[in-house]
Design a protein around this ligand. Structure first.
Ligand code: GLN
Length: 461
Protein backbone atom coordinates (compact mmCIF):
# COMPACT_ATOMS: atom_id res chain seq x y z
CA UNK A 1 0.00 0.00 0.00
CA UNK A 2 2.83 2.42 0.82
CA UNK A 3 4.58 1.62 -2.47
CA UNK A 4 1.32 2.47 -4.25
CA UNK A 5 1.11 5.75 -2.34
CA UNK A 6 4.70 6.58 -3.27
CA UNK A 7 3.99 5.78 -6.91
CA UNK A 8 0.91 8.01 -6.92
CA UNK A 9 2.09 10.95 -4.79
CA UNK A 10 5.85 11.23 -4.66
CA UNK A 11 6.09 12.85 -8.08
CA UNK A 12 4.43 15.90 -6.52
CA UNK A 13 6.03 15.70 -3.05
CA UNK A 14 9.60 14.59 -3.83
CA UNK A 15 10.22 12.93 -0.47
CA UNK A 16 12.33 10.04 -1.74
CA UNK A 17 15.72 9.99 -3.46
CA UNK A 18 15.68 6.24 -3.88
CA UNK A 19 12.90 3.63 -3.75
CA UNK A 20 13.42 -0.04 -4.51
CA UNK A 21 9.94 -1.55 -4.69
CA UNK A 22 11.20 -5.01 -5.57
CA UNK A 23 13.60 -5.16 -2.65
CA UNK A 24 10.87 -3.90 -0.31
CA UNK A 25 8.40 -6.53 -1.49
CA UNK A 26 11.07 -9.21 -1.23
CA UNK A 27 11.87 -8.37 2.37
CA UNK A 28 8.13 -8.18 3.19
CA UNK A 29 7.73 -11.66 1.71
CA UNK A 30 10.61 -12.94 3.82
CA UNK A 31 8.81 -11.71 6.92
CA UNK A 32 5.60 -13.40 5.77
CA UNK A 33 7.47 -16.64 5.15
CA UNK A 34 9.10 -16.53 8.59
CA UNK A 35 5.69 -15.88 10.11
CA UNK A 36 4.14 -18.82 8.25
CA UNK A 37 6.99 -21.09 9.41
CA UNK A 38 6.48 -20.02 13.00
CA UNK A 39 10.03 -18.62 12.94
CA UNK A 40 11.33 -15.92 15.26
CA UNK A 41 10.07 -12.47 14.27
CA UNK A 42 11.56 -9.13 15.24
CA UNK A 43 9.44 -6.71 17.29
CA UNK A 44 8.73 -4.54 14.22
CA UNK A 45 8.34 -7.41 11.75
CA UNK A 46 6.92 -6.33 8.42
CA UNK A 47 6.56 -2.63 9.21
CA UNK A 48 7.72 -0.38 6.35
CA UNK A 49 10.26 2.34 7.05
CA UNK A 50 12.01 5.24 5.35
CA UNK A 51 15.60 6.23 6.16
CA UNK A 52 17.13 9.66 5.70
CA UNK A 53 19.79 9.39 3.02
CA UNK A 54 22.52 10.26 5.54
CA UNK A 55 22.20 6.70 6.89
CA UNK A 56 24.63 4.30 5.23
CA UNK A 57 22.84 1.23 3.83
CA UNK A 58 24.60 -1.81 2.40
CA UNK A 59 24.21 -2.01 -1.37
CA UNK A 60 21.61 0.78 -1.40
CA UNK A 61 22.56 4.19 -2.87
CA UNK A 62 23.49 6.69 -0.17
CA UNK A 63 24.22 10.31 -1.09
CA UNK A 64 23.64 12.48 1.98
CA UNK A 65 21.89 14.79 -0.49
CA UNK A 66 25.20 15.55 -2.24
CA UNK A 67 26.43 15.19 -5.81
CA UNK A 68 29.80 14.21 -4.42
CA UNK A 69 28.35 10.85 -3.34
CA UNK A 70 26.19 10.24 -6.40
CA UNK A 71 26.15 6.56 -7.28
CA UNK A 72 27.85 5.41 -4.07
CA UNK A 73 26.59 2.06 -2.79
CA UNK A 74 28.06 1.55 0.68
CA UNK A 75 29.61 -1.82 1.52
CA UNK A 76 28.08 -1.88 5.03
CA UNK A 77 25.03 -0.93 7.11
CA UNK A 78 24.96 1.78 9.74
CA UNK A 79 24.37 0.24 13.17
CA UNK A 80 20.87 1.69 13.30
CA UNK A 81 20.05 0.33 9.83
CA UNK A 82 21.28 -3.11 10.87
CA UNK A 83 19.24 -2.94 14.08
CA UNK A 84 16.11 -1.98 12.17
CA UNK A 85 16.67 -4.89 9.79
CA UNK A 86 16.99 -7.26 12.73
CA UNK A 87 13.81 -5.78 14.20
CA UNK A 88 12.07 -6.86 10.98
CA UNK A 89 11.33 -3.49 9.33
CA UNK A 90 10.99 -3.30 5.55
CA UNK A 91 13.01 -0.52 3.91
CA UNK A 92 10.87 1.49 1.46
CA UNK A 93 13.62 3.86 0.46
CA UNK A 94 15.97 6.70 1.27
CA UNK A 95 14.65 10.22 1.82
CA UNK A 96 15.75 13.59 0.52
CA UNK A 97 17.68 15.99 2.74
CA UNK A 98 19.69 19.18 2.74
CA UNK A 99 23.17 18.38 1.47
CA UNK A 100 25.14 16.82 4.35
CA UNK A 101 22.23 17.83 6.61
CA UNK A 102 23.05 21.53 6.33
CA UNK A 103 19.83 23.46 6.17
CA UNK A 104 16.32 23.91 7.53
CA UNK A 105 14.18 23.53 4.41
CA UNK A 106 15.62 20.63 2.37
CA UNK A 107 16.16 23.12 -0.46
CA UNK A 108 19.92 22.61 -0.13
CA UNK A 109 19.57 19.09 -1.56
CA UNK A 110 21.64 18.65 -4.71
CA UNK A 111 18.82 16.60 -6.23
CA UNK A 112 15.31 17.95 -5.74
CA UNK A 113 12.95 20.17 -3.79
CA UNK A 114 10.66 18.40 -1.32
CA UNK A 115 7.16 19.76 -0.76
CA UNK A 116 5.22 19.96 2.48
CA UNK A 117 2.19 17.63 2.13
CA UNK A 118 0.06 20.22 4.00
CA UNK A 119 0.70 22.80 1.28
CA UNK A 120 2.85 21.94 -1.73
CA UNK A 121 4.03 25.53 -2.04
CA UNK A 122 5.74 25.31 1.33
CA UNK A 123 8.90 23.67 2.64
CA UNK A 124 8.73 20.47 4.75
CA UNK A 125 11.43 21.72 7.14
CA UNK A 126 14.95 20.39 7.14
CA UNK A 127 17.35 18.95 7.00
CA UNK A 128 15.25 15.75 7.41
CA UNK A 129 12.53 17.16 5.12
CA UNK A 130 12.30 14.04 2.96
CA UNK A 131 11.54 11.99 6.05
CA UNK A 132 8.99 14.48 7.39
CA UNK A 133 7.24 14.77 4.00
CA UNK A 134 7.20 10.98 3.56
CA UNK A 135 5.51 10.41 6.91
CA UNK A 136 3.19 13.44 6.79
CA UNK A 137 2.16 12.49 3.24
CA UNK A 138 1.50 8.87 4.29
CA UNK A 139 4.28 7.64 2.00
CA UNK A 140 5.78 5.82 5.00
CA UNK A 141 4.34 5.03 8.43
CA UNK A 142 7.47 6.41 10.11
CA UNK A 143 11.03 7.38 9.32
CA UNK A 144 14.48 7.96 10.72
CA UNK A 145 15.90 11.48 10.71
CA UNK A 146 19.07 13.00 12.10
CA UNK A 147 19.34 16.10 14.23
CA UNK A 148 22.49 18.19 14.58
CA UNK A 149 20.83 21.49 15.45
CA UNK A 150 17.14 20.69 15.03
CA UNK A 151 16.81 18.63 11.87
CA UNK A 152 14.42 16.06 13.36
CA UNK A 153 12.37 18.42 15.53
CA UNK A 154 11.84 21.35 13.16
CA UNK A 155 10.69 19.28 10.15
CA UNK A 156 8.45 17.25 12.47
CA UNK A 157 6.97 20.50 13.83
CA UNK A 158 6.19 22.05 10.46
CA UNK A 159 4.60 18.87 9.08
CA UNK A 160 2.52 17.94 12.13
CA UNK A 161 4.61 14.97 13.31
CA UNK A 162 6.28 13.77 16.46
CA UNK A 163 10.08 13.93 16.24
CA UNK A 164 12.59 13.15 18.96
CA UNK A 165 16.29 13.97 19.25
CA UNK A 166 17.73 11.41 21.67
CA UNK A 167 20.32 12.12 24.35
CA UNK A 168 23.67 12.55 22.58
CA UNK A 169 25.46 9.21 22.59
CA UNK A 170 22.38 7.08 23.18
CA UNK A 171 21.87 6.14 19.51
CA UNK A 172 24.90 4.91 17.58
CA UNK A 173 26.40 7.28 15.00
CA UNK A 174 28.29 4.44 13.31
CA UNK A 175 27.38 4.66 9.63
CA UNK A 176 25.78 8.10 9.74
CA UNK A 177 27.62 10.36 7.32
CA UNK A 178 29.16 12.84 9.75
CA UNK A 179 28.23 16.54 9.72
CA UNK A 180 29.16 17.76 13.20
CA UNK A 181 30.25 14.78 15.25
CA UNK A 182 29.77 16.28 18.70
CA UNK A 183 26.15 17.17 17.84
CA UNK A 184 24.81 14.59 15.32
CA UNK A 185 22.17 12.23 16.66
CA UNK A 186 19.64 10.03 14.85
CA UNK A 187 16.07 9.60 16.01
CA UNK A 188 12.49 8.76 15.12
CA UNK A 189 9.88 10.76 13.18
CA UNK A 190 6.35 9.39 13.43
CA UNK A 191 2.68 10.25 13.54
CA UNK A 192 2.17 9.38 17.19
CA UNK A 193 4.28 9.56 20.33
CA UNK A 194 3.95 5.80 20.85
CA UNK A 195 5.17 5.05 17.32
CA UNK A 196 8.16 7.33 17.85
CA UNK A 197 8.95 5.56 21.13
CA UNK A 198 8.77 2.11 19.52
CA UNK A 199 11.04 3.16 16.66
CA UNK A 200 13.47 4.82 19.09
CA UNK A 201 13.70 1.68 21.24
CA UNK A 202 14.67 -0.32 18.15
CA UNK A 203 17.71 1.88 17.37
CA UNK A 204 18.93 2.79 20.88
CA UNK A 205 21.60 1.15 22.97
CA UNK A 206 25.35 0.90 23.30
CA UNK A 207 27.47 0.30 20.22
CA UNK A 208 31.19 -0.45 20.54
CA UNK A 209 31.65 0.83 16.97
CA UNK A 210 30.85 4.41 18.08
CA UNK A 211 33.38 5.76 20.57
CA UNK A 212 30.86 8.30 21.91
CA UNK A 213 28.16 5.70 22.46
CA UNK A 214 26.94 5.59 26.06
CA UNK A 215 27.03 2.21 27.76
CA UNK A 216 23.53 2.57 29.21
CA UNK A 217 20.68 0.09 28.81
CA UNK A 218 18.09 0.69 26.07
CA UNK A 219 15.62 3.14 27.62
CA UNK A 220 12.03 2.11 28.29
CA UNK A 221 10.11 4.59 26.16
CA UNK A 222 6.94 2.97 24.82
CA UNK A 223 5.86 2.28 28.39
CA UNK A 224 6.40 5.97 29.26
CA UNK A 225 4.36 6.98 26.21
CA UNK A 226 1.53 4.69 27.31
CA UNK A 227 1.61 6.07 30.85
CA UNK A 228 1.71 9.62 29.55
CA UNK A 229 -1.31 8.98 27.37
CA UNK A 230 -3.34 8.51 30.56
CA UNK A 231 -3.01 12.26 30.90
CA UNK A 232 -1.96 12.55 34.52
CA UNK A 233 0.97 14.92 35.03
CA UNK A 234 0.36 15.62 38.72
CA UNK A 235 3.53 16.91 40.36
CA UNK A 236 5.49 17.32 37.12
CA UNK A 237 7.57 20.50 37.32
CA UNK A 238 7.67 22.33 34.00
CA UNK A 239 9.94 25.28 33.19
CA UNK A 240 8.94 27.64 30.38
CA UNK A 241 12.16 29.00 28.90
CA UNK A 242 11.96 32.81 28.90
CA UNK A 243 14.64 33.19 26.21
CA UNK A 244 12.71 31.04 23.72
CA UNK A 245 9.71 33.17 22.86
CA UNK A 246 8.97 34.49 26.37
CA UNK A 247 8.66 38.11 27.56
CA UNK A 248 11.16 40.32 25.77
CA UNK A 249 12.22 37.45 23.48
CA UNK A 250 9.44 37.32 20.91
CA UNK A 251 11.41 38.74 17.96
CA UNK A 252 11.05 36.45 14.98
CA UNK A 253 8.25 34.41 16.55
CA UNK A 254 4.90 34.31 14.80
CA UNK A 255 1.89 35.27 16.89
CA UNK A 256 0.07 32.08 15.94
CA UNK A 257 2.98 29.95 17.14
CA UNK A 258 3.11 31.79 20.46
CA UNK A 259 -0.67 31.46 20.89
CA UNK A 260 -0.59 27.67 20.39
CA UNK A 261 2.39 27.47 22.73
CA UNK A 262 0.61 29.38 25.52
CA UNK A 263 -2.50 27.23 25.16
CA UNK A 264 -0.41 24.07 25.41
CA UNK A 265 1.32 25.30 28.55
CA UNK A 266 -2.16 25.91 30.02
CA UNK A 267 -3.11 22.36 29.02
CA UNK A 268 -0.07 21.03 30.91
CA UNK A 269 -1.28 22.91 33.99
CA UNK A 270 -4.77 21.49 33.63
CA UNK A 271 -3.21 17.99 33.59
CA UNK A 272 -1.64 18.66 36.98
CA UNK A 273 1.79 20.05 36.05
CA UNK A 274 3.35 22.87 38.08
CA UNK A 275 4.47 25.47 35.57
CA UNK A 276 6.92 28.31 36.12
CA UNK A 277 9.13 30.52 33.96
CA UNK A 278 12.84 29.66 33.90
CA UNK A 279 15.52 31.95 32.55
CA UNK A 280 18.42 30.41 30.63
CA UNK A 281 20.45 33.50 29.67
CA UNK A 282 23.10 31.73 27.62
CA UNK A 283 20.43 30.37 25.24
CA UNK A 284 20.53 33.80 23.55
CA UNK A 285 24.01 32.88 22.30
CA UNK A 286 23.17 29.39 21.03
CA UNK A 287 22.78 30.47 17.41
CA UNK A 288 26.20 32.11 16.93
CA UNK A 289 27.91 29.37 18.98
CA UNK A 290 26.32 26.61 16.91
CA UNK A 291 27.15 28.28 13.62
CA UNK A 292 30.83 28.28 14.61
CA UNK A 293 31.02 24.81 16.15
CA UNK A 294 28.98 22.93 13.51
CA UNK A 295 30.83 24.38 10.48
CA UNK A 296 34.19 23.86 12.22
CA UNK A 297 33.51 20.17 12.73
CA UNK A 298 31.99 19.92 9.24
CA UNK A 299 35.08 21.42 7.59
CA UNK A 300 37.11 18.65 9.16
CA UNK A 301 34.58 15.83 8.53
CA UNK A 302 34.13 16.75 4.87
CA UNK A 303 37.85 16.58 4.16
CA UNK A 304 37.38 12.87 3.39
CA UNK A 305 35.45 13.72 0.21
CA UNK A 306 38.52 14.09 -1.94
CA UNK A 307 37.50 12.34 -5.15
CA UNK A 308 39.73 9.40 -4.29
CA UNK A 309 37.87 7.29 -1.80
CA UNK A 310 34.18 7.79 -2.58
CA UNK A 311 31.76 8.78 -5.31
CA UNK A 312 32.49 11.61 -7.71
CA UNK A 313 35.92 12.16 -9.29
CA UNK A 314 36.36 15.09 -11.69
CA UNK A 315 39.20 15.81 -14.10
CA UNK A 316 41.18 12.59 -13.66
CA UNK A 317 42.25 12.52 -17.32
CA UNK A 318 45.93 11.78 -16.90
CA UNK A 319 46.93 15.45 -17.41
CA UNK A 320 46.16 16.76 -13.95
CA UNK A 321 47.91 16.15 -10.65
CA UNK A 322 46.15 14.90 -7.55
CA UNK A 323 45.60 18.36 -6.02
CA UNK A 324 43.86 19.59 -9.16
CA UNK A 325 41.60 16.54 -9.26
CA UNK A 326 40.67 17.04 -5.62
CA UNK A 327 39.98 20.73 -6.12
CA UNK A 328 37.85 20.15 -9.21
CA UNK A 329 35.93 17.33 -7.54
CA UNK A 330 35.16 19.44 -4.49
CA UNK A 331 34.33 22.49 -6.58
CA UNK A 332 31.78 20.57 -8.63
CA UNK A 333 30.68 18.06 -6.01
CA UNK A 334 29.73 20.40 -3.16
CA UNK A 335 26.83 22.86 -3.26
CA UNK A 336 26.99 26.52 -2.14
CA UNK A 337 25.84 26.02 1.47
CA UNK A 338 28.36 23.23 2.05
CA UNK A 339 31.15 25.41 0.64
CA UNK A 340 30.03 28.30 2.85
CA UNK A 341 30.30 26.07 5.92
CA UNK A 342 33.69 24.65 4.94
CA UNK A 343 35.06 28.18 4.49
CA UNK A 344 33.48 29.38 7.75
CA UNK A 345 34.74 26.36 9.69
CA UNK A 346 38.24 26.45 8.25
CA UNK A 347 38.49 30.14 9.10
CA UNK A 348 37.20 29.64 12.65
CA UNK A 349 39.73 26.88 13.26
CA UNK A 350 42.70 28.61 11.67
CA UNK A 351 45.65 29.54 13.86
CA UNK A 352 45.30 33.05 15.18
CA UNK A 353 41.49 32.91 15.08
CA UNK A 354 40.94 29.67 16.97
CA UNK A 355 40.67 31.30 20.41
CA UNK A 356 38.60 34.20 19.13
CA UNK A 357 35.94 32.04 17.46
CA UNK A 358 35.97 28.31 18.10
CA UNK A 359 37.30 28.67 21.64
CA UNK A 360 34.68 31.30 22.50
CA UNK A 361 31.92 29.20 21.02
CA UNK A 362 32.98 26.22 23.15
CA UNK A 363 32.81 28.43 26.25
CA UNK A 364 29.28 29.47 25.31
CA UNK A 365 28.45 25.80 24.87
CA UNK A 366 29.56 25.17 28.45
CA UNK A 367 27.39 28.06 29.68
CA UNK A 368 24.37 26.66 27.85
CA UNK A 369 24.95 23.24 29.42
CA UNK A 370 25.18 24.97 32.80
CA UNK A 371 21.87 26.74 32.23
CA UNK A 372 20.26 23.34 31.68
CA UNK A 373 21.93 21.87 34.78
CA UNK A 374 20.84 24.81 36.91
CA UNK A 375 17.27 24.58 35.60
CA UNK A 376 17.03 20.83 36.20
CA UNK A 377 18.90 20.64 39.50
CA UNK A 378 17.72 23.98 40.85
CA UNK A 379 18.66 25.32 44.28
CA UNK A 380 18.24 22.72 47.00
CA UNK A 381 16.72 20.25 44.56
CA UNK A 382 13.90 22.59 43.51
CA UNK A 383 14.59 22.33 39.81
CA UNK A 384 12.19 21.49 37.01
CA UNK A 385 11.68 18.06 35.44
CA UNK A 386 11.40 19.37 31.89
CA UNK A 387 11.86 22.62 29.99
CA UNK A 388 9.42 23.62 27.24
CA UNK A 389 9.40 26.04 24.30
CA UNK A 390 8.00 26.30 20.80
CA UNK A 391 9.93 23.99 18.43
CA UNK A 392 10.15 26.47 15.56
CA UNK A 393 9.52 30.23 15.70
CA UNK A 394 7.39 30.02 12.56
CA UNK A 395 5.21 27.63 10.60
CA UNK A 396 6.42 26.22 7.26
CA UNK A 397 7.41 29.08 4.95
CA UNK A 398 6.95 29.26 1.16
CA UNK A 399 9.43 27.37 -1.03
CA UNK A 400 12.17 29.79 -2.08
CA UNK A 401 11.47 32.42 0.58
CA UNK A 402 14.78 32.01 2.44
CA UNK A 403 17.13 30.43 -0.10
CA UNK A 404 19.04 33.64 -0.70
CA UNK A 405 19.22 34.59 2.95
CA UNK A 406 21.32 32.16 5.01
CA UNK A 407 20.79 34.12 8.23
CA UNK A 408 17.00 33.84 7.89
CA UNK A 409 17.43 30.12 7.25
CA UNK A 410 19.62 29.76 10.36
CA UNK A 411 17.03 31.59 12.47
CA UNK A 412 14.70 28.60 12.07
CA UNK A 413 16.92 26.78 14.60
CA UNK A 414 16.57 29.31 17.44
CA UNK A 415 14.62 26.98 19.73
CA UNK A 416 16.24 23.67 18.89
CA UNK A 417 19.93 24.59 19.20
CA UNK A 418 20.29 24.74 23.02
CA UNK A 419 19.36 21.05 23.52
CA UNK A 420 21.72 20.11 20.67
CA UNK A 421 24.67 21.98 22.17
CA UNK A 422 24.04 20.48 25.62
CA UNK A 423 23.40 16.96 24.29
CA UNK A 424 20.11 16.65 26.14
CA UNK A 425 17.01 14.92 24.70
CA UNK A 426 14.17 16.95 23.17
CA UNK A 427 10.91 16.02 21.49
CA UNK A 428 8.56 17.98 19.25
CA UNK A 429 4.87 17.13 19.50
CA UNK A 430 2.07 18.74 17.45
CA UNK A 431 0.12 21.42 19.35
CA UNK A 432 -2.44 22.67 16.84
CA UNK A 433 -2.49 24.83 13.74
CA UNK A 434 -1.73 28.42 12.87
CA UNK A 435 -3.20 29.64 9.57
CA UNK A 436 -3.99 26.00 8.80
CA UNK A 437 -0.36 24.88 9.24
CA UNK A 438 1.06 22.69 12.01
CA UNK A 439 2.82 24.09 15.08
CA UNK A 440 5.20 22.06 17.27
CA UNK A 441 5.72 22.09 21.05
CA UNK A 442 9.19 21.18 22.35
CA UNK A 443 9.87 19.27 25.57
CA UNK A 444 13.51 19.07 26.75
CA UNK A 445 14.74 16.81 29.56
CA UNK A 446 18.02 16.01 31.34
CA UNK A 447 20.49 13.67 29.62
CA UNK A 448 19.23 10.06 29.56
CA UNK A 449 15.73 11.12 30.68
CA UNK A 450 14.30 10.68 27.17
CA UNK A 451 11.39 8.82 28.78
CA UNK A 452 10.19 12.11 30.29
CA UNK A 453 9.95 13.69 26.84
CA UNK A 454 7.77 10.81 25.67
CA UNK A 455 5.59 10.87 28.75
CA UNK A 456 4.84 14.59 28.55
CA UNK A 457 4.38 14.52 24.78
CA UNK A 458 1.93 11.60 25.03
CA UNK A 459 -0.11 13.49 27.62
CA UNK A 460 -0.45 16.38 25.16
CA UNK A 461 -1.40 14.22 22.17
N1 GLN B 1 19.48 23.87 10.34
C1 GLN B 1 20.67 23.52 11.06
C2 GLN B 1 21.87 23.60 10.15
O1 GLN B 1 21.70 23.97 9.04
C3 GLN B 1 20.54 22.16 11.66
C4 GLN B 1 20.73 21.06 10.71
C5 GLN B 1 20.69 19.73 11.34
O2 GLN B 1 20.21 19.56 12.47
N2 GLN B 1 21.21 18.75 10.63
O3 GLN B 1 22.96 23.31 10.51
Amino acid sequence: AYLDRIEAEDGAIGAYLHVDAEAALRSAEQVDAARADGGALGPLAGIPLALKDVVVTEGVPTTSGSKILEGWRPPYDATLAARLKTAGTVLLGKTNMDEFAMGSSTENSAYQVTRNPWDHDRIPGGSSGGSSAAVAGALAPWAIGTDTGGSIRQPAAVTGLVGHKPTYGSVSRYGLIAFSSSLDQAGPMARTVLDAALLHEAIAGHDPLDSTSIAAPVPVLAESARRGAEGDLAGLRVGVVTELGGDGHTDGYEAGVLARFTETVALLESLGAEVRPVSCPAFDLALPAYYLIAPSEASSNLARFDGVRYGLRVGDDGNRDLDEVMALTREQGFGPEVKRRIILGTYALSSGYYDAYYGQAQKVRTLITRDFTTAFDGDDGHGVDVLVSPTSPTVAWPVGARVDDPIAMYAADLCTLPASLAGVPAISVPCGLSDGLPVGFQVMAPALADDRCYKVAAALE
